[in-house]
Design a protein around this ligand. Sequence first.
Ligand SMILES: CC(C)(COP(=O)(O)OP(=O)(O)OC[C@H]1O[C@@H](n2cnc3c(N)ncnc32)[C@H](O)[C@@H]1OP(=O)(O)O)[C@@H](O)C(=O)NCCC(=O)NCCS
Length: 185
Amino acid sequence: MGDPNLVLPGLVIRTAQEHDLPLLRGESDEPYLQFLFQTAYAAMQRGEQVMWVADLPGNGIVGQVFVQFQSVRPTLANGVDRAYFYSFHVVPEYRGKGVGTRLLQTVESDLQSRGYALVTLTVDKQNERARLLYERNGYHVVGEEVVNVNSEKVNCRWVRIEETAWRMEKRIQPTFGVAVLLPST
Ligand SMILES: CC(C)(COP(=O)(O)OP(=O)(O)OC[C@H]1O[C@@H](n2cnc3c(N)ncnc32)[C@H](O)[C@@H]1OP(=O)(O)O)[C@@H](O)C(=O)NCCC(=O)NCCS
């Protein structure tokens, strides 16, 4: 992993703007991703999320990570002291240059300044490289999280299949008060 300031001079980590949305990426090109980005952007407008992007002038958006302050799953985010990041992605040709680490550092320092004490994430059990990156950055596995529910016919009966991922978290030191998520008016 390199220092992005040396490897990628000019790299800026900033919040997403509406015109960035078509440039964001995921591991697949499924059409629902654009819907997810639009939904996240609307949530950011309401103050419920932050979408961070890594912008390399002349090259465009090379990475992204979104942070959710409150979730229907309080083990991930509760709007008080625990926040969750997802959609963490760096464009393949820019991986291994420190962009992901810079995004993680930005997420953590922003959450510290908002008064959060815990950062959480989920990672596929097969995604060992990502898990190792998180461990190197101070996260540890604290449990499992159901990330997908499907049905499958086994012996003529529908069976519920749950796909689980690792839930990881890291304790951070809030630098400003305690976060309180106010409902939007
Ligand atoms: C995980 C990811 C966001 C990290 O971004 P990055 O800019 O490559 O991260 P850094 O350069 O700061 O750190 C590199 C480390 O990331 C980890 N990593 C995880 N997946 C990787 C991948 N597909 N390619 C390169 N590095 C990867 C490795 O530990 C690597 O360190 P190493 O080169 O010593 O093995 C990026 O690799 C990616 O987009 N991967 C595919 C999507 C993904 O798995 N997202 C996480 C979902 S939980």
